[in-house]
Design a protein around this ligand. Structure first.
Ligand code: PLP
Length: 390
């Protein structure tokens, strides 16, 4: 067999999101796209802001633009601009050397994990968590260890402490969160900080591609200011609707341990993972658009509409404070059963089991309001089908 045992095994287990994507394509070919209510993928449907489109055209059309290799960390002027921006947002003092441009947050996380992981090291994530974390940790010989969140879907400091071992190398925090939409408060971060004060070698990796996508003027507290040993990974995928363009960056905290070696390692990993450097054109675009985001009010209206439907059905859900996900309690203990009942109504959602949390389903509202409103009767029927049985 040409394909490695590991990859064959991964392919067989193929993620729920992928399965729902395939099911969506099947249903759409039978019933027509407009009759399928697809909430499976976190793929932003909004256009990128006009300034991003204009800047792309302008830079691409300029014959003076270089398209060659560059230092593996990215263009210095771009990193300077990003450092200034991150310094303002996170309330710390960064400069160009602290920024490494990456191929999205996914690329950035792999670069960080490759740089810090020895075989058998443990990387902690808070469940429910973004499914790719397990693959990313295992890509570099690490082991993903999950720490259950509390019943408010926030990290539980005691659980975190219980799951720390002599091999724990890092903890990934993700706020605003996929799949719950929750934003970790300052108090929550301080509780984690308290635990980690006894384990100062553990690196806090903040995966925050949804930082600008928050509702009701909520503040996302600074990770770099809270945790001395921390690093931020982010991208323009969600905030600027540029997921396919694969642009993001890593920002290294000012007081991170072994900072010089870490930065050298991140740059080397960018090269030897085969990324070489983040896309040249998109680095320049990001530098021009770093202050901007898509119109959050559009997502807010969708969230409010979706929530009003869930309330009407009596469904419980994690308070959606950011990102574009609703994590909804299944009316029956088996989330896969609920997902199947929704599928019968041509509604696609992802079972919580896929994110390490049974009994819930995730709806991604990167869909227009018509689709959300159109799904209402189907959701009602799916919920009612269980009420009738019980
Ligand atoms: N982290 C989280 C929590 C995500 O939800 C995603 C994408 O859905 C990523 C990372 C990867 O995003 P990117 O497109 O920037 O690689």
């Amino acid at each position: 067999m040409l394909v490695s045992k590991k990859i064959s095994e991964y392919s067989k287990r193929s993620s729920w999101i992928r399965k729902m994507f395939e099911e969506g394509a099947r249903l759409k070919s039978i019933h027509g796209t407009e009759n399928v209510y697809d909430f499976s993928l976190g793929n932003p449907d909004l256009d990128p802001p006009k300034v991003a489109i204009d800047t792309m055209a302008e830079i691409a059309g300029d014959p003076g633009t270089s398209h060659g290799y560059m230092p593996n960390a990215g263009y210095t002027d771009v990193r300077e601009r990003i450092a200034k921006f991150v310094s303002g947002v996170q309330g710390v003092d960064l400069n160009a050397e602290d920024i490494i441009m990456s191929c999205g947050a996914g690329g950035g996380l792999n670069v960080v994990l490759k740089t810090i992981t020895d075989t058998g090291d443990e990387i902690m994530a808070i469940a429910p968590y973004f499914v790719e974390y397990r693959f990313y940790a295992e890509n570099h010989g690490g082991i993903l260890v999950c720490s259950e969140s509390n019943n408010e879907f926030l990290p539980d400091a005691e659980n975190i402490e219980r799951n720390i071992s002599a091999r724990t190398k890092a903890i990934i925090l993700n706020s605003p969160n996929n799949p719950t939409g929750r934003v970790y408060s300052e108090d929550t971060l301080l509780e984690i900080k308290d635990v980690l004060s006894n384990y100062q070698h553990i690196l806090v990796i903040s995966d925050e591609p949804y930082r600008k996508l928050v509702y009701d003027d909520l503040e996302v507290p600074s990770i770099l200011r809270t945790f001395p040993n921390s690093i931020v990974v982010t991208s323009a995928s969600k905030e600027l609707s540029l997921a396919g363009e694969r642009i993001g960056y890593i920002a290294v905290g000012p007081a991170v341990q072994d900072k010089k070696e870490l930065i050298e390692g991140l740059i080397l990993s960018t090269r030897i993972l085969g990324f070489v450097n983040a896309p040249a054109l998109m680095q320049r675009v990001l530098a021009q658009c770093i202050d901007t985001s898509v119109d959050i009010d559009v997502y807010k209206r969708r969230r409010d509409l979706f929530v009003s439907i869930l309330n009407e059905m009596g469904l419980e859900y994690a308070p959606p404070e950011g990102a574009f996900y609703l994590f909804v309690k299944s009316p029956v203990p088996d989330d896969i059963e609920f997902t199947k009942a929704l599928q019968k109504e041509r509604i696609l959602a992802v079972p919580g089991s896929g994110f390490g949390k049974k009994g819930y389903v995730r709806f991604a509202y990167c869909t227009d309001e018509e689709t959300i409103a159109g799904a209402k009767e189907g959701i009602r029927k799916a919920v009612f089908s269980f009420n009738r049985k019980s």
